[in-house]
Design a binder for this molecule. Structure first.
Ligand code: ZN
Length: 143
């Protein structure tokens, strides 16, 4: 276990572009406002989605496509740095026309229909990711 303290900085609210890629849209907002570390949440709708599940034994993501319009019930995540660049890590819960939900780690390929994002800047030494041997994931270093 490791932890670091941050203070709350600016809060940015953004409307995500119709047709944009969900992860790219969020990264662009963070970069535009110079946020290197932030927490995020969003709601909205997607035209299609691409989610992933991490295989803890194989150390690899298995991706799956949701090839239908869905409600973005909840998107939770954070912004930090990986290899010096903005990196968005987010998990989504999506609901189809009958309310049935699927959820997972957000992969590239989630196409925004409409999206309302809130980014909360965290002020302090920026969080940076590095490869973790134990999990095979890019986790926060120095924590
Ligand atoms: Zn994840």
């Amino acid at each position: 276990m490791g932890a670091r303290e941050f203070t709350r900085g600016r809060r940015v609210v953004a409307r995500l572009a119709h047709g944009g890629d969900l992860l790219e849209e969020i990264a662009a907002v963070a970069e535009e406002h110079g946020m290197r570390t932030a927490e995020l949440r969003a709601i909205g709708a997607l035209q299609a989605a691409r989610l992933a599940f991490y295989d803890q034994s194989a150390h690899e993501y298995g991706e799956f496509t949701v090839d239908a319009p869905v409600e973005l019930i909840g998107l939770l995540g954070n912004v930090s740095l990986k290899d010096g660049a903005t990196f968005v890590h987010a998990h989504a819960t999506l609901a189809g026309h009958d309310g049935a939900c699927v959820a997972g780690h957000v992969a590239p390929g989630c196409v925004v229909f409409a999206g309302e994002l809130v980014l909360q800047e965290l002020v302090g030494e920026p969080l940076e990711r590095e490869f973790d041997e134990v999990t095979g994931l890019a986790l926060w270093r120095d924590l």
